[in-house]
Every structure is written in structure tokens, then in C-alpha cells.
Design a protein around this ligand. Structure first.
Ligand code: MF3
Ligand code: CO
Length: 255
């Protein structure tokens, strides 16, 4: 069942989203060659708690940390640890925050120091795909319109979209109905209604779309071809006035 949110509830999700965006920016300020992803996780975890929030990934189906930190060929669900990031790396920082009972979800893919032109292009196109998907988040459209727009933009640029994972409803819990795939057919899937809140999150591969999950930790999701992937995510409210982006990359991009 798709749970619709009232205007008041959307305002509360916006406050949660605001803390989440500030958290990812705080982590971003500590990203530099030579630090570990466990260190970055600790900084962000503390920031969330200091501001009255709960990092919801921690303990979710056994996930051990506050953030998913995915380096280079890790697409999503990288577990922070003794992993030293280095100049030229691709690092996605994904987090879910609960504040006063309301849940938001966002991800940003950072460049560690100077990165290659190829990686810059992957980041740019993935972020563009996110905003192109968000443009489709209008009352009366369907879920398939979002996926179609995301997929078209990525494939047109020579990239591929992951099939195994998708966006989702969010707001009262981390994962609600409906699923929001990053591929699809226009005019298909659930109808978008006023009061829906969804996480739109293109996961885009530079090479082929095939991924594998680690048999050791059960989480880490890598590209099969070893090429890099990027992931950007916003929490979106669907309103009569159009899509409202509740999370924000503004502070992150002004670091
Ligand atoms: N934040 C991710 C999402 O977009 C999922 C987190 S998985 C978890 O849904 F186990 F780490 F929580
Ligand atoms: Co999500």
C-alpha cells in the first residue's frame, strides 16, 4: 500500500531531509586521500546523533554502520571499514536519517581529490539523470515515466542502469511502496498522486549493468566488469505544484 503524506507530514520529512543533507556535507568536508571509510562513518554517525537524529541504516537487516560508503567499482551498500581512500577515487556516501519519527534518504557521489575526466562525466550524467527523473515526478504521471527518463539519459550517454536495486517510497519508514526502478516504460506502473514521497536514486555503471553481491558480507554490491559506478539520490515529495526536492546538494557543493 502506498502511504500518502499530509502537508504537515511533508514539512516534517523536510526537516529530517535537511539534517540528512547537512550530514552528507559534514562527511564531505572530511573526505581526503588517506582517510578510511570507517572514520568518515564515525564523523557522520556522531553528527546525526548530535542533532537528535537516528542513522537508520545501522542495524537495518543487520547492516553494521550508519552509512553505505561505496568506493570505485562498488555500486552501493559498501560497508565502512579499514578502507583507505586515495586520490582519484569515486566514493558514494548514502545515508538514511530518522528525525522526530520522519525518514529521509539521500546519496552523493564524491570525487576524492582530482579524478579522471571519464569519472567526472559519469558523475555529471548520473546527477543529470536524477534531476531528469525528478522532472517526471508530477501528479498524473506514472512510476514508469521516471524510470524511462532516467534510463534514456544514461543509455544515450553510453552508460547502463542497475536492475537489481531501485528507489522506493520513504517518509514513515526507510523502504515503503512503491518501488521506483531506474528503467521502465512510459505510462506504466503506479500512478503518482499528491502526497506521495519517494526516493529517486539512479545507480549508473560506466560499463555493463551487471552487478554481484559479496558472498563474504552479503551487502557489498560491485559491478561485474570492475568498472566504476555512481549513485545520486534525493527524497522527493509529489505535490499539486510539482515535485519538491526535500534533500539538497547545495551545501555539499559549496564545500
Ligand atoms: N540508503 C539505501 C537506499 O537507498 C539503502 C540502505 S541499505 C542499508 O535504500 F542496509 F544500509 F540500510
Ligand atoms: Co534509497
Amino acid at each position: 500500500m502506498i502511504l500518502l503524506k499530509t502537508k504537515e507530514e511533508i514539512e516534517k520529512i523536510r526537516i529530517s531531509a535537511n539534517l540528512l543533507s547537512r550530514t552528507i556535507a559534514e562527511v564531505g568536508r572530511h573526505i581526503r586521500p588517506g582517510v578510511t571509510t570507517a572514520y568518515l562513518d564515525k564523523i557522520g554517525d556522531q553528527f546525526i546523533r548530535d542533532n537528535g537524529g537516528i542513522p537508520l541504516c545501522k542495524g537495518y537487516e543487520g547492516f553494521p554502520s550508519a552509512f553505505c560508503m561505496s568506493v570505485n567499482d562498488v555500486v552501493v551498500h559498501g560497508i565502512p571499514g579499514d578502507i583507505f581512500i586515495k586520490e582519484g577515487d569515486n566514493l558514494s556516501v548514502d545515508c538514511v536519517v530518522e528525525l522526530n519519527g520522519f525518514v529521509s534518504d539521500s546519496c552523493y557521489t564524491f570525487a576524492v581529490g582530482e579524478i579522471s575526466e571519464d569519472l567526472k562525466r559519469l558523475h555529471r550524467v548520473t546527477k543529470e539523470a536524477l534531476y531528469i527523473g525528478i522532472e517526471q515526478c508530477k501528479v498524473g504521471n506514472r512510476i514508469g515515466d521516471i524510470g524511462h527518463a532516467v534510463q534514456q539519459h544514461c543509455e544515450k550517454n553510453g552508460y547502463s542502469v542497475v536492475r537489481e536495486l531501485c528507489g522506493h517510497g520513504v517518509g514513515f519508514k526507510m523502504h515503503e511502496s512503491p518501488n521506483v526502478p531506474n528503467y521502465g516504460v512510459r505510462g506504466t506502473g503506479p500512478l503518482l498522486k499528491e502526497g506521495m514521497v519517494i526516493a529517486v536514486e539512479p545507480m549508473v555503471c560506466m560499463g555493463s549493468k551487471n552487478v554481484k553481491f559479496s558472498s563474504e558480507d552479503g551487502w557489498t554490491c560491485r559491478t561485474k566488469d570492475g568498472k566504476p559506478a555512481a549513485h545520486f539520490e534525493h527524497t522527493i515529495a509529489i505535490t499539486k505544484e510539482g515535485p519538491q526536492i526535500l534533500t539538497s546538494f547545495e551545501e555539499i557543493e559549496n564545500i
